[in-house]
Write a protein that binds this ligand. Structure first.
Ligand code: DSN
Length: 485
C-alpha cells in the first residue's frame, strides 16, 4: 500500500497522505488506473517539462478537484440556480469569483468554462448575442421567445454572418481564433492578421489597415506561440476605430498578468471588453477556463450555460478557487517574474551558441527556435531528439513555415514548469547548452535515398551526456519532493 510505505519512511504531510490514501482506494477498484497515476508522476519526474502551455499545479489544487462536488449539478450562477441543494457550490464558486476579481482587478468574472476553447466559444456567442441578437430584438420590440419562426430565422442568419479577426495560426495565433478547421471560422467569417514576415512581430499599422478594410465585429488579440508583448492600448484603439468589440485570449500569459509582470498597456485589463483564459498554464491551476468582462457583457456571459456550456463542474471550480488564492500572493508575483527572466536567459544562451530564435528573443514565458535554419532538422525531429534526452518540448510552426504544421520548422520552449520547480537563470544557461548540444548532434535518417522529416539519429555520446545532465537537474529540483513512492 502506498500510504503505509510512506508513513513508515517519512511522517505526516496531510496533502501527501490524502494523495497516497486516494491511490490506495483507487487501487481497490482498478490497479491499472492507480498504477498509471503513479507512472505519470514517475515520468514527469524523469522528463523535464518545457511545454509552454503546461505547468505543475499544487497538491492542494489537485486534491480540491477530487471530491463529491463531482456529483453536483448547478446550472445558473451563485444564489440563482436551476437545481436545488447548491449552497456549497455557491460558496466555492463565489470564492473563485472573488479571488479572480482580486488578482486581475476586474469587476466581473465567470468561472464556469470547462476549457479555454469553451471560454472562447462563450465569449464569441455572448458578443454576437449582445451586439446582433439584442439589437435586432429591439427593432422587433419582442423577446426572443415571442418571435415567429420566420422572424427568428431572419435574426439567426445574421448571427452566423459576423466577422472575427484574430492572429493567424501560422503567426502564432490559436486554433480557436478563426482557423479553417475550427468551428470559430465556420460560425463566423474569419480574416486573420499576420506578423511581419521579417521581424516576425506584430505590425500594428498593417493590422489597422486590415481592420479598416474588413470591419470585424470582433478584434481578437492573444496567442499560443508568440514570444513578444502585445500593446493592448494600440489594439483597443484599432478596435474602436471600427467599433469592433476588443477581445483578448490571455490563456498563455494569464499568470504573467496575475503576477503583475505584464503591466500598463501590456496588461489587457482596462483595454479589452472581454478577456478569456485557461487556468492551467502560467496561472498554475486546474484544467479549465475563465472569462473576465465589462459591465456591458456580464449578463450574457453569465448565461454561458445554456448558451454554449453544459452543467458547471463544481469540483474544478473548487480547484480554481484554490489556485486563484495561491496566485494572490507575493510569492506568485516572484514566480511570474522568474518565468520571464528564465525564458530570456534561455533565449540568450541558445542565441549565443548560434541558434536562430524567432523575433531574436522573448518578452514572456516562451521562445521559438527555428530548428530548420539552426540545425537543418524539422520541428518534429527536434521534438523527438529532445524527448530522447528527457526534455519535453513541442514542435511548432514558425512564420512562413516551409515544413507545414505536421513536421514544422520550429520548437516552442516554455519556462513555466521548470520555474515552478525552482530553477533560475543559472539552470537556464545549463539547459540552453544541453538543448543546443543535443540538436547539434541530431541527424535526419536517410530512407530510400530521401532525408526523413520525422526519423532521427542522435549521437550516442551527446545523448548520454545530455540525459545525465537532465537527470542531475531533476535531482536538484525534484517534482513534489514530499511524495515518496
Ligand atoms: N494546446 C494549447 C497550447 O499548447 O498552446 C492551447 O490550446
Amino acid at each position: 500500500m502506498y500510504l503505509d510505505k510512506y508513513l513508515e519512511k517519512k511522517g505526516k504531510n496531510s496533502g501527501v497522505i490524502a494523495f497516497l490514501a486516494g491511490l490506495d482506494h483507487i487501487q481497490k477498484i482498478s490497479k491499472e488506473v492507480a498504477d498509471s497515476i503513479v507512472q505519470e508522476l514517475k515520468d514527469q519526474r524523469s522528463y523535464l517539462k518545457m511545454i509552454a502551455s503546461e505547468n505543475y499545479s499544487s497538491l492542494a489544487v489537485q486534491l480540491a478537484m477530487g471530491n463529491l462536488f463531482t456529483d453536483k449539478y448547478s446550472e445558473g450562477i451563485p444564489k440563482k440556480r436551476f437545481y436545488a441543494g447548491c449552497d456549497n457550490v455557491d460558496t466555492v464558486e463565489s470564492l473563485a469569483i472573488e479571488e479572480a476579481k482580486k488578482i486581475f482587478g476586474v469587476d466581473h468574472v465567470y468561472v464556469q468554462p470547462h476549457s479555454g476553447a469553451d471560454a472562447n466559444m462563450v465569449a464569441y456567442w455572448a458578443i454576437i448575442i449582445q451586439k446582433v441578437q439584442n439589437r435586432e430584438l429591439e427593432k422587433f420590440n419582442k423577446k426572443l421567445e415571442e418571435l415567429t419562426d420566420k422572424e427568428y430565422e431572419k435574426i439567426r442568419e445574421l448571427l452566423i454572418n459576423q466577422k472575427i479577426m484574430g492572429m493567424a495560426l501560422s503567426s502564432g495565433g490559436h486554433l480557436t481564433h478563426g482557423y479553417r478547421h475550427n468551428i470559430s471560422s465556420k460560425m463566423m467569417i474569419s480574416h486573420s492578421y499576420e506578423v511581419d514576415p521579417k521581424s516576425c512581430m506584430l505590425d500594428y499599422k498593417k493590422i489597422q489597415e486590415k481592420v479598416k478594410k474588413e470591419k470585424p465585429l470582433i478584434l481578437l488579440a492573444g496567442y499560443s506561440s508568440y514570444p513578444r508583448l502585445i500593446n493592448f492600448a494600440k489594439m483597443k484603439e484599432i478596435a474602436d476605430s471600427v467599433k469592433a468589440v476588443f477581445m483578448v485570449d490571455m490563456a498563455h500569459f494569464a499568470g504573467l498578468v496575475a503576477g503583475k509582470v505584464m503591466k500598463g498597456e501590456y496588461n489587457p485589463v482596462g483595454y479589452a471588453d472581454i478577456i478569456t483564459s485557461t487556468t492551467h498554464k502560467t496561472l498554475r491551476g486546474p484544467r479549465g477556463g475563465i472569462i473576465l468582462c465589462t459591465e456591458e457583457f456580464k449578463d450574457v456571459i453569465d448565461k454561458g450555460c445554456p448558451l454554449v456550456l453544459g452543467g458547471p463542474m463544481p469540483h474544478v471550480i473548487a480547484a480554481k478557487a484554490i489556485a486563484f488564492k495561491e496566485a494572490n500572493s507575493k510569492e506568485f508575483c516572484d514566480y511570474a517574474s522568474n518565468i520571464v527572466k528564465n525564458a530570456v536567459a534561455l533565449a540568450e544562451k541558445l542565441k549565443s551558441l548560434g541558434a536562430k530564435i524567432i523575433t531574436d528573443g522573448t518578452d514572456n514565458h516562451l521562445l521559438l527556435v527555428d530548428v530548420n535554419k539552426s540545425f537543418g532538422i524539422t520541428g518534429r525531429q527536434a521534438e523527438k531528439a529532445l524527448r530522447e534526452a528527457h526534455i519535453t518540448v513541442n514542435r511548432n510552426t514558425i512564420p512562413l513555415d516551409e515544413n507545414g504544421p505536421w513536421y514544422t520548422s520550429g520548437i516552442r520552449i516554455g519556462t513555466p514548469a521548470v520555474t515552478t520547480l525552482g530553477m533560475k537563470e543559472e539552470q537556464m544557461k545549463e539547459l540552453g547548452e544541453i538543448i543546443f548540444e543535443i540538436l547539434k548532434n541530431t541527424r535526419s535518417i536517410i530512407k530510400n535515398g530521401k532525408k526523413s522529416k520525422a526519423e532521427v539519429e542522435v549521437d550516442k555520446n551527446a545523448l548520454e551526456k545530455g540525459k545525465d545532465r537532465i537527470a542531475q537537474l531533476l535531482k536538484e529540483f525534484p517534482l513534489y519532493p514530499e511524495i515518496i513512492i
